[in-house]
Design a protein around this ligand. Structure first.
Ligand code: 5AD
Ligand code: SF4
Length: 488
């Protein structure tokens, strides 16, 4: 049987086993959720205990939000959350943007195998970006036979159906879609925080930066309809959310491919009008698509936070061209100038890659020059990682590791020195802080965030969690402040 036939057989299998389940989503998944629930209840009666799940998320905020949806599905099926991997179902939501993320997954899979030997009924599932790579699937097929369920980025909504399939019929279920144009709305989600939430506004990426694997594993750009987004945010606010983080690989191109196109700036205007919502964040903004309209909406908004994550990647116009970023060093600097003059209290953060193929000492100096001119609040610095299938992976002149590492160390030092100065600029001010948690190291302190995303620790009580309180910023410690609440 060739692969096509196998796929068709598999599809026919699914139709047969799903007899009685509607074809429409998410209605179909609700039926499978119920079917799984019965099986889980049966197992609970046999064992006399609740079944548990544990999800480990690797990578970005998109994955974190996907994991909340996966947790939502598993909770409705009847699983209880567990503290660690000693659970009945363990799911790794993987990342593949740099190779070290992949290596961490393989490392931890070994540990899961030993847990499964103690609990043979344990289910192990893998999903996310890494699973969209053929070489990874091949490796799992050959060398990780204890993995029970594998799916990708396009079909997370199908978890209930895949689990049912595994529990009732098949040795193991591997279901990877190459592409999709569908967006399944109204999936349940279990939020990590009751008072803040990520909200996907778009999926995929069309930019094909030459080093980046994301467009290959997350597919083409698709925007959600504005009304679906607004409805979701209204429901979140009704459920206690006061801050949303709008998520997309390139939010600045939101809405361009909709039947009735709208701009990201217009979407923000509509979200701003939602009563009860207090703070709006978003990421990521691609510099090539930053519009004056967006800068104006931010400048005039009461709710949009004073923070823009604005990935530079490199300060060299020559390298930016080879990276396919579609802006020059001068254009980038001009945009940051405009942003700072229209929104004086804006904090800028960035991503920078060091050691891209062909990077010369002069190219690297250009990056340092931008860092010194923009003076970022913080910068995520990455060593270039070769991703198979991307144009950069086959470029000549890959940079020796030692050279890249030496540049990386220089950049990091520069970034940290500037950041310590910039982040301390608000000492003495009283600013609103969204209180997020009890401080990890000192239970008499609370931890929260300023509008510009900087953390603040101050004496307080857990009842303040999820509220916005005014805090006087007494001392700066580089990346965070110590303060005191001015409210009683
Ligand atoms: N190597 C190193 N860093 C990368 N990034 C994306 N692809 C690579 C790669 N191949 C970084 C970029 C991006 C961030 C999310 O990850 O800086 O903005
Ligand atoms: Fe990757 Fe570039 Fe798309 Fe960002 S914009 S996800 S760096 S291809």
């Amino acid at each position: 049987m060739n692969e096509k036939e196998e796929q068709r057989m598999y599809k026919e299998d699914m139709i047969y086993s799903a007899e009685g389940a509607p074809a429409d989503e998410p209605a179909r998944q609700f039926v499978f959720t119920e079917k799984c629930r019965e099986l889980v209840l049966k197992k609970e009666r046999e064992t006399g205990r609740r079944l548990t799940f544990f999800i480990q998320t690797f990578g970005c905020q998109m994955n974190a939000r996907d994991s909340e949806k996966l947790a939502g599905i598993l909770t409705r099926i009847g699983f209880e959350p567990a503290e660690d991997e000693a659970a009945d179902l363990v799911l790794y939501n993987t990342c593949t943007v740099r190779d070290n993320a992949n290596q961490r997954v393989y490392g931890r899979l070994g540990h899961l195998n030993s847990l499964k030997k103690k609990n043979p009924d344990m289910l192990i599932a893998l999903c996310g970006c890494m699973m969209q790579e053929e070489s990874v699937i091949e490796k799992i097929r050959q060398s990780y036979r204890f993995v029970d369920i594998v799916f990708g980025t396009h079909n997370i909504f199908k978890l209930a159906e895949l689990l049912y399939e595994k529990l009732t019929r098949r040795d193991r279920v591997i279901d990877i879609w190459q592409e999709t144009d569908r967006i399944v709305e109204e999936l349940p989600a279990e939020r990590k925080y009751p008072f803040k939430s990520g909200v996907n506004i778009m999926f995929g990426c069309n930019n094909f930066c030459s080093y980046c694997i994301v467009p290959y594993v997350r597919g083409r750009e698709r925007s959600r309809r504005p009304d679906d987004i607004l409805e979701e945010i209204r429901a979140l606010v009704a459920d206690g959310v006061i801050e949303v983080m709008l998520l997309g690989q390139n939010v600045n191109s939101y809405g361009k491919t909709l039947d009735t196109p709208i701009t990201f700036a217009e979407l923000l205007r509509r979200i701003e009008r939602i009563e009860g919502l207090k703070r709006i964040r978003f990421m990521t903004s691609h510099p090539k698509d930053l519009s004056d309209e967006l800068i104006e909406v931010m400048a005039n908004s009461r709710k949009i936070c004073r923070h823009l994550h604005f990935p530079l990647q490199s300060g060299s116009t020559r390298l930016l061209k080879i990276m396919n970023r579609r802006y020059s060093k001068e254009q980038y600097l001009a945009m940051t100038e405009r942003l700072k003059s229209r929104i004086p209290d804006l904090s800028l953060t960035t991503d920078i890659i060091v050691g891209f193929p062909g990077e010369t000492e002069e190219d690297f100096e250009e990056t340092l020059d931008v860092v010194r001119k923009v003076r970022y609040d913080s910068a995520f610095t990455f060593l270039y990682s070769k991703r198979t299938g991307t144009p950069a992976a086959v470029m000549e002149e890959q940079i020796p590791k030692e050279v890249a590492q030496a540049r990386f160390d220089r950049l990091l030092k520069e970034v940290q020195e500037i950041s310590a100065e910039v982040c301390g600029k608000d000492v003495g001010k009283i600013l609103p802080v969204l209180v997020e948690s009890v401080d990890e190291r000192d239970a008499s302190l609370m931890t929260g965030r300023l509008s510009n995303n900087i953390m603040v620790h101050f004496p307080g009580n857990p009842e303040q969690i999820g509220t916005i309180v005014d805090v006087r910023l007494n001392e700066s410690h580089g990346f965070y402040y110590m303060g005191e609440s001015t409210q009683r």
